[in-house]
Design a protein around this ligand. Structure first.
Ligand SMILES: NC(=O)c1ccc[n+]([C@@H]2O[C@H](COP(=O)([O-])OP(=O)(O)OC[C@H]3O[C@@H](n4cnc5c(N)ncnc54)[C@H](OP(=O)(O)O)[C@@H]3O)[C@@H](O)[C@H]2O)c1
Length: 269
């Protein structure tokens, strides 16, 4: 019997897969037996990652509709199928109070964080999943549940992605399962400006005693993509080290929000 977490014979696309959470997801899917097609903007990094995973890759920006189409075609051409899509690439800009945000930057954030996951799911549906089934996992954020300093655009896009996840789950069942994983603070480049200078203070507020590693998220994604989650769709799996339940321990405030408040956009990578 194939182990329930096994993905042998499956093919997957992971966006934003050259570092951080996306790279850990691409590795986890590969280790579970899937062949993986990766994308990101930096061509050298895409080539290096695809080679390291023994998979395939296509450099490009997920905000470019033609890139998402070409990525889908590449996966089906190389692997003969497309069973799993992980919409992971995202932007956390523009950063700052909403009254200072340029609406054109706001639109770009929605293009990358919401429109691209929809477009890639549409391509996957038409190319393979409508006839053969599949699983889509969208990477949202624990922060979509509440408001926070300077993160209004990001949080609004991720709330929209959460809703998109549920809507697609309803529309694409029973062929395709659509779920999301909502990470808490993870040790990656995107979040470096939050954790780098405040890790101990943040750790002190975390019920599970540390900030997250990309692999914490990758394990959740691999499970949702696998047959072990065959009766799960429209779900959001929060993987946050207990961030949402820290208020039960009264000494624990929000060091993450303090860091978000005290850093400026110039601190971003
Ligand atoms: N880190 C956290 O604490 C945290 C918390 C909650 C949610 N998340 C979510 O987790 C996901 C991954 O974040 P991360 O922290 O792993 O970020 P990261 O370390 O900055 O990695 C981002 C990846 O996405 C690629 N990328 C960025 N913009 C892209 C674009 N427009 N088109 C194609 N590829 C793009 C990057 O490569 P290139 O730069 O070469 O394109 C890179 O491979 C995001 O959806 C993020 O919102 C992260």
């Amino acid at each position: 019997m194939t182990p329930p977490y096994g993905l042998k014979g499956r093919a997957a696309i992971v966006t934003g897969a050259t570092r951080g959470i996306g790279l850990a997801v691409a590795r986890a899917l590969t280790e579970a037996g899937a062949r993986v097609c990766v994308t990101a903007r930096n061509a050298q990094e895409v080539e290096r990652t695809a080679a390291a995973l023994g998979g395939s890759g296509l450099p490009g920006d997920v905000s470019d509709p033609a890139h998402l189409h070409a990525l889908t075609d590449l996966c089906v051409a190389e692997f003969g199928r497309l069973d799993i899509v992980v919409n992971n690439a995202a932007t956390n800009r523009p950063y700052g109070p909403l009254m200072t945000v340029d609406p054109l930057d706001w639109r770009t954030a929605f293009t990358v964080n919401v429109e691209a996951p929809l477009r890639l799911t549409q391509h996957a549906w038409r190319a393979w999943m409508r006839d053969h089934g599949g699983a889509v996992v969208n990477i949202c954020t624990e922060g979509a549940d509440h408001v926070g300093p300077n993160t209004g655009t990001y949080g609004t896009t991720k709330s929209a992605l959460l809703h998109l996840t549920r809507q697609l789950a309803g529309e694409l069942a029973p062929k395709v399962r659509v779920n999301s994983v909502s990470p808490g603070l993870i040790r990656t480049e995107m979040a470096r400006f939050v954790w780098q200078h405040a890790e101990q203070q943040i750790t002190d507020t975390m019920p599970l005693g540390r900030i997250g590693d990309p692999e914490d998220i990758a394990r959740a994604v691999a499970w949702l993509a696998s047959d072990a989650a065959q009766w799960v769709t429209g779900a959001d799996l929060v993987v946050d080290g207990g961030t949402r339940v820290r208020a039960a321990q009264s000494a624990r405030g929000s060091a993450v929000q303090a860091a978000l408040r005290s850093r400026t956009p110039g601190d971003l990578p």
